[in-house]
Design a protein around this ligand. Sequence first.
Ligand code: FES
Length: 121
Amino acid sequence: MLEPFSLAGYAIEIQYGSQRIFAQDGERLLDTLLSAGIDHRHICGGRGFCTSCRVEILAGGEGLSPVSPLERERLGADAGRLRLACQAVVRGKVHARVPAPRAARFSPFGDDDVKAHGRAD
Ligand code: FES
């Protein structure tokens, strides 16, 4: 069970070598990942266009800001299960799976997406 580590921050469990990182309340999830040294893709620079920053929410989706209209447009029916790290703001505890950096070792869109982007192995 994840516990807040301070009054202003939250533990975020990231399935990325089973790291647990910490975020400040109101911080963009992308900024949290980058600040933790995770080389997370964000091809469009965090503008919500490319979807390269998507992460899979395993639990605690309510610990993020509500899914934005832009995320619904970009992620379709997967919005909510998937989030754009550049659009999601941390509000509480989250458990998310983050793809390997700059390659699709894991893809929430399936094997075709992995083939399209290559593997990091
Ligand atoms: S960085 Fe492009 S959609 Fe998030």
